[in-house]
Write a protein that binds this ligand. Structure first.
Ligand SMILES: Cc1cc2nc3c(=O)[nH]c(=O)nc-3n(C[C@H](O)[C@H](O)[C@H](O)COP(=O)(O)OP(=O)(O)OC[C@H]3O[C@@H](n4cnc5c(N)ncnc54)[C@H](O)[C@@H]3O)c2cc1C
Length: 457
């Protein structure tokens, strides 16, 4: 039986960097991947979708060129094969880089195949059983498939399948009006598809504040995306070549017929075929592996990192999990997941940058708080760029005077939000930033000004 100091299952966003850190500390490490090196982010998540967001932005700008005094002769069209080739080119660097890095590390042995725990210190992959006193689970997740009558009769797509299409769908029906669904909705609308989004909640991305949801609905509506909110999908079926989704909204039933159907109603962890029961590793009711603040499972010597532990659903949170575990094991640190501040972006155009608490959460917490907002049309950088949709919001704790949450829905919001995130990590009072001089003209330059406009919530 090959014996190692550590076994890592999965080469997503936590596993490879952790494997290199452990190897650097002198350990002999086995890492196992069953499918594509780099996992979801690199192959079917962040990287490919953001290349499509870039292509969609180019298409949009081409259509708007006249507003900027630029004339484009002839028709503007999108060649999906070229869009896809560009996507493959970009992600290829990452996936090959992850694999090459692991294979070239003399302390790391790469295994390819589906891994399952056989006991608290052994793992079966193919015909081999490996053992190690430390096992790290970085198995990620996959699209959740809801139970909709008729689904087995139609060729539905998830994020992975939609990234492979080589034609612009004539009419893309998307079930799910949250982060993944909305990015795809805008991408394909800009490529020229008719797009219908079906969302069960009365508003889009219901975890965000109501004004954010409304603003995003307005932005997408202006581009001609049909939004069906508070809609329950009763069944799906085929009508000739078309896929038909039957909905009920406000007791009224109607059918939507389209050429493609995307399911984007959330994710589920890849823990159902991992042999967790053989090692006695506990999960919650949804299958997420239960971990403590140091990402240790209930079984000594087994850790769970990334999406499979339910503590985050992003590349940066998965990577940070690996960092925390490496620091605690190798450097003797005492780092905790709960030290992490909630932070993520929605990559619509304009993007939404989000950190910390929402306004609704601050109100619910009942602590005295201050808030400032500013429309993007009052940001000169946005005005100059001709991209004035959206707004910014900053929330401050009235006693500590620290920022507790913020959102920037607007051009450059995905980058500018980090200015406030850094202030939060520094635990500095907001006055520190209020007195800072930011560069003109930028979106971030208005943040100190906004802090001068704080009012009691
Ligand atoms: C469409 C989409 C867009 C996204 N966009 C963003 C974004 O812009 N920004 C962001 O931060 N996040 C984004 N995410 C989320 C991000 O992709 C994930 O949070 C991140 O990839 C999680 O990393 P991970 O390491 O936990 O798991 P994964 O990246 O899923 O990696 C897990 C790996 O484990 C392997 N594996 C699983 N089971 C086994 C087994 N039994 N044996 C061997 N190998 C196994 C898998 O093949 C996979 O390679 C997006 C997700 C999607 C679906």
């Amino acid at each position: 039986m090959p014996t190692f100091d550590a076994i890592v299952i999965g080469t997503g966003q936590a596993g490879p960097s952790l494997a290199h850190r452990l190897a650097g500390a002198g350990m002999r490490v086995a890492i196992i991947e069953r499918h594509l090196f780099g996992g979801t982010c690199v192959n079917t998540g962040c990287t490919p979708t953001k290349t499509l967001v870039a292509s969609a932005y180019a298409a949009r700008l081409a259509h708007r060129a006249g507003e900027y005094g630029v004339t484009i002769g002839g028709d503007i069209s999108v060649d999906m094969k070229k869009v896809k080739a560009r996507k493959e080119y970009v992600l290829g660097f990452s996936t090959r880089g992850v694999e090459r890095g692991l294979r070239e590390n003399p302390k790391i042995t790469v295994y390819q195949g589906h891994a399952r725990l056989a006991s608290p210190d052994s793992v079966v992959v193919g015909s081999e059983t490996l053992s190690a006193p430390k096992i790290f689970l970085n198995v990620g997740g996959r699209a959740f498939i809801p139970e909709i009558p008729g689904l087995d009769q139609v060729a539905y797509l998830t994020n992975s399948g939609l990234l492979e299409v080589e034609v612009v769908p004539q009419h893309l029906i998307i079930v799910g009006g949250s982060y993944v669904g909305l990015e795809f909705a805008q991408i394909f609308r800009r490529f020229g598809s008719e797009v219908s989004v079906i969302e069960a909640s009365p508003r889009l991305i219901a975890r965000e504040d109501a004004d954010t949801s409304a603003s995003i609905a307005d932005i997408l509506g202006r581009e001609g995306i049909a939004l069906h909110l508070g809609a329950k999908v009763l069944k799906v079926g085929k009508r000739g070549e078309e896929i038909v989704a039957s909905l009920r909204v406000d007791e009224i039933e109607r059918d939507i017929a389209g050429s493609h159907l995307l399911l984007a109603v959330g994710r589920r962890p890849n823990t159902d075929d991992l042999g967790l029961e053989k090692a006695g590793v506990a999960t919650d009711a949804k299958g997420y592996i239960s971990v403590n603040d140091r990402l240790e499972t209930n079984v000594p010597g087994i850790w769970a990192l990334g999406d499979c532990n339910g503590k985050g659903a992003f590349t940066h949170t998965a990577y940070n999990d690996g960092d925390i575990v490496a620091a605690n094991l190798i450097d003797g640190a005492a780092r905790r997941v709960s030290d992490r501040i909630v932070a993520y972006n929605l990559y619509t155009d304009p993007p939404l940058g989000r950190i910390g608490m929402t306004e609704a959460e601050v109100r619910k917490a009942g602590r005295p708080a201050l808030m400032a907002t500013r429309a993007m049309e009052n940001v000169s950088r946005a005005f100059e760029k001709g991209e004035t949709l959206g707004f910014m919001k900053i929330l401050v704790d009235a006693e500590s005077r620290q920022v507790v949450g913020a959102s920037i829905l607007g051009v450059g919001g995905d980058e500018a939000i980090h200015v406030l995130l850094t202030l939060m990590y520094a635990k500095a009072p907001y006055e520190v930033m209020q007195r800072a001089v930011h560069i003109h003209p930028t979106v971030a330059e208005l943040l100190p000004t906004m802090l001068g406009d704080l009012k009691p919530l």
